[in-house]
Design a protein around this ligand. Structure first.
Ligand code: GP9
Ligand code: MN
Length: 635
């Protein structure tokens, strides 16, 4: 037991030292610091504890072997991380390109001081050689090893609960590999990854080429013909797509303390010259993947998954995304701009599958402490620093800028706050208005700078909200804000997010009341560019088409039409808010909504696009050819 305890303690110390010195895990509070220190313990107890079942001296040998394996896994991740700033996962092991990206020279990544990571192994081997002679031949009573394993499990349970307090839904949503390592440790990360990729590959293997035909006939049947007045109207124009983080439509024209919260966006919406078309019945359709789901849906016209984020679990699927199509059909350069680490939401992996040429992540921005809050770079410096990057892009380009400051829990430095918080007493609701104001100001600044850089006039500009900012956990405060009780129906209708589009040389429509969702954006844009959209598998339809239906379905199977809504199993009249008995037609609509979600899930789970060729021009995306990260920052 003494030998075992020493090994566990040394293993624990070594793992913690490596976490702190080799990996950049972004520790931002006391719980995270504690968990980083605490998390190796359960793995040490459980894995090394298995050796205690062996008989006599063999137990010592097994402890050494297991300790060696654990150390080897940890060290392999250290070396991998030095180049990739990420951890080894099963899909990365399957991809030869990842080894190529190690630069072909693992030797460059190994440091002299790495031998120190062998120290604990040397100590226990020496100790074993000394102790070996008086090691008892007996097998330990099962009670002891069992006790060790149970303690390990309890320690793990405590660890997991503390992690869930600080980061709810850590495992079901898996935001970022670094988060799992930070909270649960590298070994639990590996176990989680093995389970997840096991599930993924079983689902992927259970399908064949015929499964895509059902999806294809459904989407082709749903296809809406382009509106001739719009088809091709944006051909060859730059497209600038601006993501408003956590921005709900109720903020538009909302007044707090007698002041407009978002005067700039309001001015775009209420502009009498109608530069933009504003869709006021546009909804987000995201699930647990939040931002990632909105990106997936807008660029692929697919729904996110019912659980987790497809960005993470389907990061290695085949896609036929908007950026790739724009690039192949019309030579667009495609780029994403975002002031957070490229590993968040597995973006650096999946963007390659989408065929995104350039990914300007945090490594391209000046992330000095002053300019960073919450998840990353503040929106004002983000937009400022994006201008020269945009200027350098080969035109025509498709540029997607993802903002960040208006993100839960809506933190803002007092010098950036230009409106007083609301006074509901619910902190994240109250400060939401301040970060939304900041976002609005940053947008105005960006427009001014785009004009100065001569990038405004001739560009398509698209603005959208990704998902709700105030969840239904805050219904009480929210009802104070909007002066109405938040019923399930009201809550569903609050899931509106803004969608604005400007097409250069064309007058906008002012406010368009079509009921629509993020799923409809890709077919709309394809038609604006003059690309026939019916070749591609898409669940949405063109917003400007005469055949577009006033219908929007949510990820959970609820849906909203112009007249009625189906929310959590109940039908409501939109006008009166009263429950209604469904007609045959409504029931049919419900079946269709569910069928559509099911097909989209089957497509993602079965990786069905690998069996689909949209047209003879289509070339599968060569994802291995893309490289992200700023070389000037050593990436
Ligand atoms: C992080 C950001 C936030 O990079 O996009 O994602 P969310 O938490 O909103 O899904
Ligand atoms: Mn978001």
């Amino acid at each position: 037991m003494g030998f075992f305890t020493i090994t566990v303690v040394l293993f624990w110390i070594k793992t913690f030292i490596i976490y702190s010195t080799e990996f950049d895990l972004g520790i931002s509070n006391g719980i995270q610091e504690f968990l980083l220190f605490f998390n190796p313990l359960s793995s040490g107890l459980i894995f090394l504890g298995l050796a205690l079942f062996a008989k006599g001296r063999r137990m010592g040998i097994w402890i050494i072997i297991i300790d060696f394996i654990l150390s080897f896994i940890l060290y392999a991740n250290v070396v991998y991380y030095r180049f990739n700033s990420d951890f080894i996962t099963i899909p990365t092991l399957m991809q030869t390109s990842n080894f190529r990206s190690l630069g072909g020279s693992i030797a460059d990544l190994i440091e002299i001081y790495d031998v120190l990571y062998l120290l604990d192994l040397i100590v226990i081997i020496v100790l074993y050689v000394i102790l070996r002679k008086n090691w008892s031949e007996e097998r330990m009573k099962y009670r002891k090893p069992l006790f060790v394993l149970i303690t390990g499990v309890i320690v793990f349970a405590v660890n997991l609960s503390l992690a869930e307090i600080d980061r709810p839904q850590l495992l079901s949503r898996t935001f970022d590999n670094k988060y799992v390592v930070k909270y649960l440790g590298i070994y639990n990360f590996i176990i989680h990854d093995i389970i997840q990729s096991g599930e993924t590959s079983t689902k992927r293997l259970a399908v064949d080429e015929n499964d895509i035909t059902r999806v294809e006939s459904y989407t082709k049947n749903k296809y809406a013909e382009p509106n001739p007045a719009y088809f091709g109207s944006a051909k060859g124009k730059n497209v600038i797509k601006i993501h408003l983080e956590s921005f709900q439509s109720f903020l538009i024209d909302y007044e707090l303390h007698g002041e407009e919260v978002t005067p700039f966006l309001n001015s775009l919406v209420n502009d009498s010259r109608h530069e933009f078309t504003y869709f006021d019945n546009f909804f987000h359709q995201t699930g647990q993947g939040k931002t990632a789901d909105s990106e997936l849906t807008m660029d692929n016209s697919l729904y996110g998954l019912p659980e987790g984020a497809a960005f993470v679990t389907k990061g290695n699927n085949t896609y036929q995304s908007l950026p790739a199509i724009m690039n192949q059909q019309q030579g667009y350069t495609t780029a994403v701009f975002h002031g957070d680490d490229k590993s968040f939401w597995n973006r650096e992996v999946i963007y390659k599958r989408f065929g995104i040429d350039k990914f300007y992540d945090a490594s391209y921005y000046d992330m000095n402490e002053e300019d960073v809050i919450n998840y990353g770079l503040k929106d004002k410096p983000f937009f400022k620093e994006s201008i020269p990057l945009l200027e350098d892009l080969k035109q025509p380009f498709y540029a997607h800028l993802i903002t960040l400051t208006n993100h839960h829990p809506y933190l803002i430095d007092s010098k950036d706050a230009t409106i007083e918080p609301a006074e509901t007493g619910d902190n994240s609701v109250d400060t939401y208005f301040q970060t939304a104001r900041y976002l609005d100001e940053s947008l105005e600044q960006f427009f001014t700078d785009l004009k100065a850089a001569d990038l405004y006039e001739d560009s398509v500009i698209m603005i959208y909200g990704d998902h709700y900012g105030i969840s239904d956990n805050h219904n009480k405060a929210m009802s104070e804000i909007i002066g109405e009780e938040i019923t399930p129906l009201k809550n569903a209708h609050l899931q509106r997010v803004p969608f604005l589009i400007r097409i250069p040389g064309m007058e906008g429509q002012g406010t368009n009341h079509e009921f629509a969702g993020q799923i409809d954006v890709m077919p709309t844009l394809l038609h604006l560019l003059g690309i026939p959209a019916q070749d591609y598998i898409q669940f949405g339809t063109d917003l400007f088409s005469e055949q577009h239906k006033d219908f929007v379905s949510f990820r959970n199977g609820s849906f909203i039409t112009k007249e009625y809504s189906y929310i959590n199993g109940v039908y409501y009249n939109n006008e009166t808010g009263e429950e209604i008995e469904p007609t045959k037609n409504m029931e049919k609509q419900k079946e269709q909504a569910l069928y559509e979600l099911k097909l989209s899930d089957e497509l993602l789970n079965g990786d069905l696009l690998r069996f689909y060729t949209p047209n003879e021009d289509w070339k599968p995306v060569e994802y291995e050819a893309y490289q992200y990260g700023n070389p000037q920052n050593g990436e």
